[in-house]
Write a protein that binds this ligand. Structure first.
Ligand SMILES: [Zn+2]
Length: 188
């Protein structure tokens, strides 16, 4: 499995540059990472909240998880992300379709990825320039106290020894610090 972010965005963000009016760049990017957000609750009760059901990360990485997890999580995250990045708000069906495409690309790439390190590096090399082009002008500053407090807490959270668990928490923590940073900046 490639790194949650930025690597997974490499599979889909090119669509936004190919047909800008057909796709939602935020939904593609967030959707491509969304299945791994389930790892953030590893080691807690939320990892398997429903008895006899698969753990949350397994649901999030399944085909039915695209509808049960990827789509709703991406739509909520898009709503929050749009408060962070000053970008256009496409029609809801464009956002929905882009969220599904992003999440499905994640599930497929995780299944097909033969080498975690190689696919993470190759994905990042493609994704970083695309992300910089798409989000560069609207990139806010993080809220440093949130980022630092979170970084200090991360090693002590359940499941912190698992790279994919801490990795997904780093992505979510960074997003939270950008969101708070933007709100702090815009407050009169
Ligand atoms: Zn994954």
């Amino acid at each position: 499995m490639p790194a949650t972010f930025p690597s997974h965005a490499a599979a889909v963000l090119g669509l936004k540059f190919w047909k800008p009016r057909w796709f939602d760049g935020i939904a593609l990017t967030v959707g491509s990472a969304a299945p791994d957000f389930a790892y953030a609750v590893d080691g807690t009760w939320f990892e398997a909240p429903v008895p006899d059901w698969p753990p949350l990360y397994a649901i999030a990485h399944s085909w039915y998880g695209i509808a049960l997890w990827g789509l709703p999580v991406t739509l909520v995250a898009c709503w929050l992300t749009r408060r962070t990045f000053e970008q256009d708000r496409p029609d809801v069906w464009i956002t929905t379709a882009s969220a599904v495409i992003g999440t499905a690309s994640h599930v497929v790439w995780d299944l097909l990825s033969p080498n975690d390190l190689a696919s993470s590096i190759a994905g990042a090399l493609i994704a970083v320039p695309l992300l910089a082009l798409h989000f560069g002008r609207s990139w806010p500053k993080p809220h440093w106290p949130t980022l630092i407090a979170g970084a200090v807490a991360l090693p002590f959270l359940p499941g912190a020894a698992l790279a994919h668990t801490t990795g997904s928490r780093i992505v979510l923590l960074t997003g939270l610090s950008l969101l708070i940073g933007r709100r702090t900046k815009t407050r009169p």
